[in-house]
Ligand binder design. Structure first.
Ligand SMILES: *[C@@H]1O[C@H](CO)[C@@H](O)[C@H](O)[C@H]1NC(C)=O
Ligand SMILES: *[C@@H]1O[C@H](CO)[C@@H](O)[C@H](O)[C@H]1NC(C)=O
Ligand SMILES: *[C@@H]1O[C@H](CO)[C@@H](O)[C@H](O)[C@H]1NC(C)=O
Ligand SMILES: *[C@@H]1O[C@H](CO)[C@@H](O)[C@H](O)[C@H]1NC(C)=O
Ligand SMILES: *[C@@H]1O[C@H](CO)[C@@H](O)[C@H](O)[C@H]1NC(C)=O
Ligand SMILES: *[C@@H]1O[C@H](CO)[C@@H](O)[C@H](O)[C@H]1NC(C)=O
Ligand SMILES: *[C@@H]1O[C@H](CO)[C@@H](O)[C@H](O)[C@H]1NC(C)=O
Length: 519
């Protein structure tokens, strides 16, 4: 029976083998990739979309403050002793409002962050703690005047004495709550003529850290309240429907496709994602660098591939910040376009290793760095007697990424804000202090995906591994089918073309038949 159809069966199994080979080599992967793309792309109904639009869990937003413990000594020219206090932990909720879709596979949205103090995660620390930190807004105002119109600095300082409450020196004694979100009241009511100048300047510049008081003539200064009160954007991002490896790339921010304040193509380039979403990683071509765009510092930063890692039993790739990101010009010549303002007489407008001038970005003479000047110049540490000590584990910036979906399994972003403490002779508050870069606080923004999403990822990885098994199983079955049907063909063909074999077969059969007949 088999013999009659063996040729047909052989042909069919050959065909199945061919299909199996094509599928194993190429088709299955294509189907799987398509399936993954469908679930990660920013498209209505994709698995990722809802999570992207409204983050399912809050991020941790942690603030560490540098409490100055020897203010009197510093005012007499001694080196500062700092005491890091933190973390003050806030939950950060994120939600995106979709504005529309662009022609080049883009989506346009506003990003809204909302902050809530987390007393449990903050432990013994409360928002009512009193700290003594560098007086950021006072120094920002004074340094700006000192650089632009040094002859006016004395007059303006008289006005600032009325503007800021109890301005004894370059340090601010304040409740954490007021410093970070609620605000310190600054009064524009006063008899000093220059006070009008100061308040007028704030009115025209509208720095984000100042918000106008509603019922009086003055302002509230706070570090982060603006982030809780307003949306950022519009952002324009690639949806990954056409090329999934472009997923999440920011193509414009606030309607601009580069950051004009650096006056340079390279430094102004908007590269990479908003750090909430990354494309899947092609295991045959793992990117050496990933970029994220950080509007708070008006630039893109890169993180470098370190290697494979294991997170919650999910194999992942680990990337961390490289010394070259905030590298000085000598270490990273590309960074010379971030040099804007003379830092001191013996510098060429570029800052030391590990620093970024935020003046062009925020209009205030603030300097960004990694916490405790990690990856920064050792010179920066000489300014302190104690309390500043960079450590990789605590001050690094990194992500662990699931290569299959590009989901960030765990990651943190850390940034410190500093301002210069400057000895200025005719300013009583500052005429004896040492000059140097002074940290105010540092931030950690991070998340680890919750158990439920870990399980979801593991389940989808398991399904993928089944698909991989199925692909080889199918191939194996096809090969076996071809071999079996080939044997069957060989056997049925054997009756005709090979007389010797046929003889031997008929000899046995014939003998039996003959024997049977004989009876
Ligand atoms: C997505 O769905 C919303 C309604 O749920 C619809 O208004 C919108 O047009 C859809 N967008 C696309 C690109 O299909
Ligand atoms: C900060 O330091 C001051 C001394 O300068 C101290 O009185 C205050 O208690 C410290 N704050 C905290 C929260 O430890
Ligand atoms: C879309 O891409 C093309 C080619 O890259 C470009 O010329 C065009 O300006 C883009 N359109 C928008 C709206 O960005
Ligand atoms: C952020 O704003 C909301 C109101 O929109 C407010 O309830 C919340 O307390 C604010 N968060 C902080 C940390 O001040
Ligand atoms: C932007 O990305 C390109 C590669 O995609 C890289 O060569 C360039 O250095 C990056 N620029 C910045 C400023 O990060
Ligand atoms: C990881 O897998 C090992 C065995 O494969 C298991 O013993 C361990 O409990 C797993 N850990 C987690 C966090 O799932
Ligand atoms: C910085 O130095 C350059 C010369 O190197 C000088 O022309 C410029 O005025 C200085 N700028 C400031 C703000 O001091």
């Amino acid at each position: 029976m088999l013999g009659k159809h063996s040729k047909l069966i052989f042909l069919v199994s050959m065909l199945v083998l061919l299909v199996a080979i094509v599928l194993a080599a190429w088709g299955f992967q294509k189907i799987v990739d398509k399936q993954i793309q469908k679930s990660v792309q920013l498209e209505n109904n994709s698995l990722m979309f809802d999570k992207w639009q409204k983050l399912p869990m809050p991020l941790d937003f942690k603030v560490y403050l540098f409490n100055v413990t020897n203010v009197e000594d510093v005012n007499r020219g001694k080196k500062p002793i700092l005491n890091e206090i933190g973390p003050y932990v806030y939950k950060q909720y994120r939600e995106r409002t979709i504005l529309g879709y662009g022609p080049n596979d883009t989506i346009k949205y506003m990003l809204r962050k909302r902050f809530e103090f987390d007393p449990v995660a903050s432990g013994d620390l409360t928002e009512d703690d009193e700290v003594t930190v560098i007086h950021f807004s006072y120094l920002a105002a004074l340094l700006t005047i000192h650089d632009m119109m040094p002859s006016l600095v004395g007059v303006i300082n008289k006005a600032l004495e009325q503007f800021f409450p109890s301005l004894e020196d370059g340090f601010l004694r304040v409740k954490v709550r007021d410093l970070l979100f609620d605000g310190i009241y600054l009064s524009c009511d006063g008899d000093n003529a220059a006070l009008g100048l100061v308040c007028g300047k704030i009115k025209t510049d509208t720095p984000p850290t100042m918000r106008a008081a509603e019922s009086s003539n003055g302002y509230y200064f706070s570090m982060f309240s603006h982030m809780n009160r307003s949306e950022s954007g519009p952002w324009e991002m690639i949806r990954g429907r056409e090329n999934v490896y472009d997923l999440g790339n920011v193509v414009s921010y606030k309607g601009k496709d580069s950051m004009p304040m650096w006056g340079d193509q390279y430094c102004g380039k908007i590269n990479g994602s908003d750090s909430s979403i990354f494309p899947p990683i092609n295991e045959n071509n793992v990117p050496k660098k990933l970029y994220t765009f950080e509007p708070d510092i008006c630039r893109s930063v890169s993180i470098d591939l370190v290697g494979k890692s294991e997170m919650f039993n999910i194999s992942s790739y680990y990337y961390e910040i490289s010394p070259l990101t905030f590298g000085a010009k000598s270490a990273n010549p590309d960074n010379k376009c971030y040099c804007r303002k003379n830092w001191s007489a013996n510098h060429d407008g570029c800052l030391l290793m590990g620093l970024l001038n935020l003046m062009p970005c925020q209009g205030a003479p603030a300097i960004a760095s990694l916490p405790h000047f990690y990856l920064g110049s050792e010179e920066l540490l000489d300014f302190f007697q104690a309390g500043v000590k960079p450590e990789k584990e605590k001050h690094n910036t990194y992500v662990h990424i699931d290569p299959v979906t590009g989901v960030v399994l765990s990651g943190v972003k850390r940034l410190q804000f500093n301002i210069e403490l400057r000895k200025i002779d005719n300013i009583p508050q500052l005429n004896n202090v040492p000059t140097g870069l002074f940290p105010m606080l540092w931030l950690e923004e991070g998340a680890t995906i919750p158990e439920s999403i870990q399980q979801e990822l593991k389940t989808s990885h398991k399904l993928l591994s089944y698909v991989q098994v199925a692909r080889w199983l199918f191939l194996a079955i096809a090969i076996v089918a071809v071999l079996v049907s080939a044997a069957a063909v060989a056997r049925s063909n054997a009756l005709i073309p090979w007389p010797r074999n046929s003889n031997s077969v008929s000899f046995i059969l014939g003998h039996n038949v003959a024997a049977n007949k004989g009876h």
